[in-house]
Design a protein around this ligand. Sequence first.
Ligand SMILES: C[S@@+](CC[C@H](N)C(=O)[O-])C[C@H]1O[C@@H](n2cnc3c(N)ncnc32)[C@H](O)[C@@H]1O
Length: 296
Amino acid sequence: MPRPDHLLKTLAKAIGRDAAILELRWMKEALRVGRPERLPELNLETMVSRRAQGEPLQYILGTQPFGPLNLLIRPPVLIPRPETEHWTIRLSQTLTPSRDKPISLLDICTGSGCIPLLLCHLWPRGSVRAVGFDISAEAVQLSMDNAAVCGTPSASGAGTCDQNVFTPILGDVFHPATWSSHLLRPSFDVITSNPPYISREEYKSLPPSVKDYEDPRALLGDPPDSGDQHGLSFYHRIAQLTAEMKLLKPRGLLVFEVGDKQAHDVRTIVQEEAGIRDTEIWQDPWGKERVVVGRS
Ligand SMILES: C[S@@+](CC[C@H](N)C(=O)[O-])C[C@H]1O[C@@H](n2cnc3c(N)ncnc32)[C@H](O)[C@@H]1O
């Protein structure tokens, strides 16, 4: 059994002493409160060894805070990022749905379900019916598990009209069959999406902690058959569908998270391809242009 100071030394070598002290504390806490069925094979030594090899802490702990929520996290589903949490909270403060004036929300590329689940949590009870879809079966299962953890029922479950509802389904943005699902029938008050947006060139320089653990499908913005579109393929597709299928209600919001230096290109896509002239760009807490919001 390695001594705790040995574990601290191993971890400090990999991530620095201050971070190692903090993370060791979180690992011990996760072992203390974690249910054995969720952390079956884990002990502190295994956790430290995985972390020292570069695995993201969230995959080891199995959870990640997102606003007031504590979401389940499992590889290879994308770990929700703080910038996404930031704009989701801002969006929750931009609109004021109520039980008398409920809204419908579509979250495209939902991953862990973090965006709709946080909105369902922050908005009043009975004020939102959300649906989300993702191409990854692991992501859809995780978003369902997260909905259960957050106490948010799905439309097919036992939800009543005084509850917010989130229904995750399997679907592919680029596959026409997805768009014939009755759950995606237009129109929506709000469409959110944090789609994959990394270009093929940029993907090569991602750190191993991202590239070796997170699903490439969650990162690469141009699917193999789409050619190189500088990571913008999803924005083109979603904007075009928004116009063709009239996915948004009048005065509805289209909210896109974007990658580094993509905001102005995505604003043009929203204006020219979705036909939405009224747009704004939101910055993240680090001053980067991070979100394009269009109002139809
Ligand atoms: C950047 S992640 C965002 C996940 C989550 N919304 C978040 O903010 O953490 C993008 C997600 O898009 C999904 N995805 C990739 N290609 C897709 C496609 N063609 N159709 C639907 N979802 C797709 C991935 O599986 C991944 O979960």
